[in-house]
Design a protein around this ligand. Structure first.
Ligand code: 6R9
Length: 668
């Protein structure tokens, strides 16, 4: 984040790359003309995209904006995501095309993957129908029911999502790295009737026993009638509760291999999924997405941003437990009838060339990944990608956090052979799909390392100051979206007030993204990072309040403040300043215990990199924790305005705690 700020102080022209992209290129001015046209004929523009999908019933109205911010897209239209992603293709030559190339983590002595599965579109069609039958016939799941999926990266995850959407059920996918408490909270809030999980999976050569986490979660969650367990590992000692838990394979034995379940023609407005994401309070928000708008947005961006063609091999490395996996591992590539790579395990297992060997072995042409991954591989060194032929790659994009120009340049040269189109796609769980990005499938404007590029057509994006007025080029402001867009969120599950307050109140009539950004002379957007209490650890979104409430949940802790500090690989990592309860003494053991407590309560990604014990936190006179000052202490930045600070010794103490710990670390 900091490097980008430094780079943007230089004339942007210096960062325009020598563009060797072989596709359609365009100059910036012409792009903006094209973009302006899409906004002039806004509804027609989106209708023309939507027409390329197959609707069971056409819409009556493209956009209903009569009750903002509760916008409705393609009102009156009916469609089905599972039909679009599988049935539509099996009626064509794509029936026998590979839909999913799956690779498990384990390798043999020669380093060759031992667990591989290949599913054609017809295989996928049959499996989706069988699982839809299992949900509907065996477990009585109906339209509108919520299903929690707590699954690793195996084909059964996309299959079950498509099966759920086939019958109009709403998926609630929970990232398999989340802990039992986080899972329980998401099951409860979504009021799921059923949980689908696996016995376990492989991660860095170790077995992760997933079902046991579900059992712990269900001690705290109510309303779950059944748990279906897919035997990914075939563990013999998975605990099963009689009458509640069912082995996937046993239930499926009773289902005919050629069963056909009619896809439910759901309203465009019907929710397809809930996905929980961190915000500025302790409680994660259940972001709700519709069916029609989301499909249109994802479809458009698959064409524009990824330029998907029938001979492409597409790989998005995101976990399906995050929104990127929903839109660009599951729905997007399958809507397009693409061949899609899914890999179960760690990127650097058994060696740091695992990903490069996958790209080589499958001939991947389109690669979508994260800045964190790129930075990790930069550290391992060029020799690992150099061992493999990556010349099939024609498009690379990154997502999740700002990409620093060094990482961009490295990937462009070492992975892309200086011939790829390569952008940084900005979007968020709430937007449902990519909003700001280079669009090589449409017209590629000149690339610049570190930028997000101009907004896609049909999106009106701006950077504004505190009063909502657009800022001039080069000046930092807040990123906003000035009109509704098809993939937009349809509220927060069970909390319409919070939806209005979080996104639509800061600047009336505009969607507030919560990011800092600047525009350059060309109108390119450079997102700099979060403007609120959200941090991005290795691209994973975490709320500092969420971590603080977890820490305060420990019996030794009276108060806690968490801030994100820059990390060379993960982008940002959380550090915590902790005030202990009266009578509790700080110790190395306690530090360990608190870190373990956070791992257990939220998940390994949330573990604080450092914990500092202090006796008080810097606060304003009105009692608000001044996290900004703690961040300045940890990064050595100037403190800035401290006039509202109640007790200056608190900052001195934080500084001392920080320096002492650093001295210790350096000594060790
Ligand atoms: C898709 C996803 C959203 C937040 C967002 C922003 C950051 C995502 C980015 C980016 C700079 C990019 N972000 N992509 N920042 N450049 N290309 O990541 O969704 O997990 O909801 O996070 O991620 O800060 O506000 P989500």
């Amino acid at each position: 984040m900091q490097t980008i700020q430094k780079e943007t102080e230089l004339p942007f022209e210096e960062y325009i790359m020598n563009n060797k992209w072989q596709g359609r290129s365009i100059d910036v001015k012409s792009y903006w003309q094209f973009h302006a046209k899409s906004l002039e004929n806004f509804e027609e523009f989106w209708a023309s995209v939507a027409k390329e999908l197959e609707w069971f019933k056409p819409w009556d109205k493209v956009l209903d904006a009569s009750n903002p911010p509760f916008y409705k897209w393609f009102v009156g239209g009916r469609l089905n995501l599972s039909y679009l992603a599988v049935d539509r293709h099996v009626k064509t030559w794509r029936k026998n095309k590979l839909a999913i190339e799956w690779e498990g983590e384990p390798v043999d002595d020669a380093g060759y993957p031992t667990d591989r599965r290949k599913l054609t579109y017809y295989d996928l069609f049959r499996e989706v129908n069988r699982v839809a039958c299992m949900l509907k016939c065996n477990f009585g799941i109906k339209k509108g029911d919520r299903i929690t999926l707590y699954l690793p990266m195996i084909p059964e995850l996309p299959i079950t999502m498509l099966a759920a959407w086939r019958i109009g059920a709403i998926t609630n996918v929970v990232f398999s790295g989340f802990s039992a408490d986080a899972l329980a909270e998401r099951i409860n809030d979504s009021q799921s009737r059923i949980v689908i999980t696996a016995d376990g999976f492989w991660r860095r050569g170790k077995v992760v026993r997933l079902k046991e986490v579900v059992d712990q979660a269900l001690e705290k969650a109510s309303g779950v009638e059944h748990v279906i367990v897919y035997p990914r590992l075939g563990l013999k000692d998975t605990p099963m509760t009689e009458g509640r838990d069912y082995l996937w394979t046993k239930v499926m034995q009773g289902i005919k291999p050629n069963v056909y379940i009619e896809p439910e023609p759901v309203e465009s407005e019907h929710p397809s999924f809930i996905l929980y994401t961190s915000g500025t309070t302790g409680k994660p928000k259940g972001i709700v997405h519709d069916t029609g708008g989301w499909a249109v947005h994802v479809y458009a961006t698959m064409k524009w941003v990824f330029d998907i063609r029938d001979d492409d091999v597409y790989w998005c490395t995101a976990d399906i437990g995050w929104v990127t996996g929903h839109s660009y591992v599951v729905l997007g590539p399958l809507l397009m009838g693409a061949t899609n790579i899914i890999y179960e395990g760690a990127p650097d297992y058994p060696q740091p060339d695992r990903w490069w060997s996958i790209i080589e072995r499958y001939g991947v042409t389109i690669f979508y990944t994260s800045p964190t991954a790129i930075r990790m591989f930069m550290r391992y060194g060029e020799e690992w990608p150099r061992r493999h032929d990556l010349s099939t790659l024609r498009i690379i994009h990154s997502v999740g956090e700002p990409i620093n120009p060094e990482a961009w340049r490295w990937a462009y040269r070492v992975l892309g052979g200086e011939k790829v189109a390569f952008g940084s796609t900005w979007w968020m769980t709430e937007t449902g799909g990519i909003v700001i990005s280079h669009a090589p499938g449409l017209y590629l404007v000149p690339m610049k390392p570190g930028t997000n590029g101009p907004p896609l057509p049909g999106f009106e994006v701006d950077v504004v100051d505190d009063s909502g007025k657009p800022v001039p080029p080069g000046v930092r402001g807040y990123l906003v979206i000035k009109r509704p867009w098809p993939g937009m969120l349809h509220g927060i599950w069970g909390d319409p007030e919070r939806y209005i307050k979080t996104y639509w109140s800061r600047f009336p009539g505009m969607f507030y993204a919560g990011d800092y950004a600047i525009k350059d002379q060309d109108g390119y957007i450079w997102v700099l990072g979060r403007a609120d209490e959200v941090i991005k650890v290795a691209g994973h979104r975490l709320g500092t309040y969420e971590l603080e409430s977890t820490l305060v949940g420990h019996k030794a802790v009276a108060e806690a403040a968490v801030v994100g500090v820059p990390d060379p690989v993960k982008g940002e990592v959380p550090i915590a300043f902790v005030v202990l309860k009266q009578g509790v003494a700080p110790s190395e053991e306690l530090r360990k215990e608190l870190r373990e407590h956070v791992r257990k309560t939220i998940g390994p990604i949330a573990e604080p990199a450092q914990i500092f014990f202090v006796t008080k936190l810097p606060k304003t006179r009105s009692g608000k924790i001044m996290r900004r000052l703690l961040k300045a202490v940890a990064t050595g930045a100037p403190l800035g305005d401290v006039t509202t600070l109640e007790d200056e010794t608190s900052v001195e103490e934080a500084k001392k705690a920080y320096q002492e710990l650093r001295a210790e670390v350096e000594k060790a």
